[in-house]
Design a protein around this ligand. Structure first.
Ligand code: FES
Length: 109
C-alpha cells in the first residue's frame, strides 16, 4: 500500500511523517511522532484512553485516520501538562525556599 506524507504539529513540534491510508492517528503518533504518552485502550472508540486534541477538539485517536489529521495541531496529555502549572507550583514560585520544592514537584510530574 502506498504511503502519503502528512504534516503534523505534535505538542508544538512540527513533523512530517509518511503514513499508510489505513493507519490510525494513534499508531502514527506513537510510532512516527514519538508521542508514546498516547495510549491504546479498547481500540474501538469506547474508553477514551487515546484522547488527544486535534486542532483543539477532543478526538479518539484510535478512530481517526492519520491522513485526516494532515496539517493539524495535535495536543497530547504531555502537551497539556506543559500548559498547566498546578496551584502549588504557582504559589511556590513567589518564595525562595518553596521554589526548590516546586522544582522538585515539576521533576516528579
Ligand atoms: S483506545 Fe479506547 S477510545 Fe481509543
Amino acid at each position: 500500500m502506498s504511503k502519503t506524507a502528512i504534516s503534523l504539529e505534535v505538542n508544538g513540534r512540527a513533523s512530517e511523517v509518511w503514513v499508510s491510508p489505513n493507519q490510525s492517528l494513534l499508531e502514527v503518533l506513537r510510532t512516527e511522532a514519538g508521542a508514546t504518552d498516547v495510549k491504546l485502550g479498547c481500540g474501538e472508540g469506547v474508553c477514551g484512553t487515546c484522547t488527544v486534541l486535534l486542532d483543539g477538539e477532543p478526538v479518539n485517536a484510535c478512530l481517526v485516520f492519520a491522513v485526516q489529521a494532515d496539517g493539524a495541531a495535535v495536543t497530547t496529555v504531555r502537551g497539556l501538562a506543559r500548559r498547566v502549572t498546578c496551584t502549588c507550583c504557582r504559589r511556590a514560585s513567589s518564595s525562595t525556599p518553596a521554589r526548590s520544592a516546586a522544582s522538585a514537584h515539576r521533576a516528579w510530574s
